[in-house]
Design a protein around this ligand. Structure first.
Ligand code: FES
Ligand SMILES: [Fe+2]
Length: 473
């Protein structure tokens, strides 16, 4: 057990507080595009969405829209989704917020399609996948200032945006001077590389527009400290006591116990820990079934089915660690038989990955050997009281059997979301309301279990120049 002296010297281990400004201030929300979103790497989709040359998607963040295209079989390009002529948004859709103004603005999650040329609907300027103008009507009227057909000058090209991939995800950065993605993602990238997320595919992807700030929605998933209050039905599987760490801008949580804080073993810290005091064969079987029925993610069908057989296949009294190992080994073998090959992840790597990781500023995911449940939350325009929330499940599939998925809009209606996620959503609007109370004096995050939340605000304060953490007195 750590002594209090050690705790005080540790990163963010002090009791700290931060104000509500980041959640409710209109001025703060309006400053985010410039101070934050134009500077950070952001997850903008999955590589699987851009299979063929000419496939494109858009990613909208506040007032900006980014067009991401597969320009060759092995490379991607990203551009600001705006026509250099007189500024029309090139490819429409309005999920960034704001009024629907034209037929293209369907309110869909994002635009997607396949084309070898992007034509602007206003004056018909046309751009190739390389972002250069391919056709400008009457270009000679500019008396050579735009160059000539086949050699148009740079002022006519789409404005490039940095794009890269990691973990099968596409990432963009609007800052031309931003450092490399990999550097930004560390140490998360190294912790998660063994899981080979690039070989996973979407199983489902849900999105909704919620009446709360994007940070309120994201924070609902950053710590398991809320399980006893929000998901009391899960407490029978263990107390969900967890550590929470700051990794620079990013964060991590993992199962923990008060008796031996932060001593990591797979059976204790991974998402599949053998939890609870009961017979581990039954606990794992029940917990897996309940996860499957009430979250629909954070595990896989094979893991759930294999867990149901544990009480029959293992003798009573089998120690938890052995049950856990047998379960994972069996699921791995069954998956291999249907052509789903798990990556080789050592116990140390599994334990080091922990339960959930957050990537600053707006993504959080639960890693598993054969699945991931990931959340991404964005502001809706610059409205401090609204956000675009997404929950996606990744899974492994036999080659050629990957499902075709689409973004599925799910209303802010608790009956429409998976039960456990709905329980989390139930807090969001109420927190947004609570933050506006004259009686709320500032957040009091748990210094051990909610450090990931505190760390988000430390990072935000750095970018935003306001909202510093203060020692709690
Ligand atoms: S604004 Fe696009 S062609 Fe004129
Ligand atoms: Fe939750």
């Amino acid at each position: 057990m750590n002594k209090p002296e050690t705790l005080v010297s540790e990163d963010l281990s002090e009791a700290l507080t931060y104000p509500v400004e980041a959640f409710i201030s209109r001025e703060y929300a309006e400053a985010e595009p410039e101070r934050l979103w134009s500077k950070v790497w952001q997850q903008a989709g999955r590589v699987e969405e851009l299979k063929d040359v000419g496939d494109y998607i858009t990613y909208n963040i506040c007032h900006d829209s980014i067009l991401i295209v597969r320009d060759t079989p092995t490379t991607l390009k990203a551009y600001h989704n705006v026509c250099p002529h007189r500024g029309r948004r090139l490819v429409g859709n309005n999920t960034g917020g704001g009024p629907k103004t034209v037929a293209q603005d369907t309110g869909a999650h994002s635009a997607k399609g396949n084309t070898l040329k992007f034509g602007c609907n206003y004056h018909a300027w046309t751009f190739g996948l390389d972002g250069d103008a391919a056709y400008i009507p009457d270009s000679e009227d500019w008396n050579g200032a735009l160059g000539t057909p086949g050699a148009f000058s740079a002022c006519t090209s789409l404005t490039p945006v940095q794009v890269d991939t990691w973990g099968g995800w596409i990432w963009i950065n609007m800052d031309p001077d931003a450092g490399p993605l990999r550097e930004y993602l560390e140490p998360i990238a190294t912790l998660i590389d063994p899981f080979e997320f690039d070989k996973m595919r979407y199983r489902f992807r849900f999105w909704g527009i919620f009446d709360c700030n994007w940070k309120v929605a994201l924070e609902a998933f950053l710590e398991p400290y809320h399980v006893q209050g929000t998901h009391p039905q899960l407490i029978k599987y263990g107390d969900f006591y967890s550590f929470s760490k700051a990794f620079g801008l990013h964060g991590q949580t993992g199962f923990d116990s008060k008796a031996h804080r932060d001593e990591q073993t797979t059976a204790e810290t991974s998402v599949h820990r053998a939890a609870g005091d009961g017979d581990p064969r039954d606990t794992i079987a029940q917990m897996q079934l309940e996860y499957w029925e009430t979250i629909g993610a954070s595990t896989s069908e094979t893991l759930v089915k294999t867990a149901q057989r544990l009480p029959e296949e293992l003798p009573e009294g089998t120690p938890a660690a052995e049950v856990h190992k047998y379960w994972l080994d069996t699921a791995k073998r069954i998956d291999a038989e249907r052509g789903v090959i798990w990556p080789e992840i050592s116990n140390e790597q599994m334990a080091a990955a922990g339960l959930a990781l957050s990537v600053f500023p707006n993504m959080n995911f639960i890693p598993g050997p054969t699945f991931s449940l990931a959340y991404r939350v964005r502001p809706y325009g610059t409205d401090p009281d609204k956000c675009i929330f997404e929950a996606v499940a990744l899974d492994r599939f036999p080659e050629g059997e990957e499902p075709e998925t689409e973004w599925t809009y799910v209303e802010q209606d608790l009956d429409k979301w998976p039960y456990v996620i709905a329980q989390d959503i139930s807090n969001m609007v109420e927190v947004q309301r609570g933050y506006k109370s004259r009686g709320f004096r500032g957040n009091l995050p748990n210094p051990w279990q909610e450090r990931k939340v505190t760390n988000l605000h430390r990072g935000l304060a750095k970018y935003m120049g306001t909202g510093d953490l203060k020692p709690l007195r």
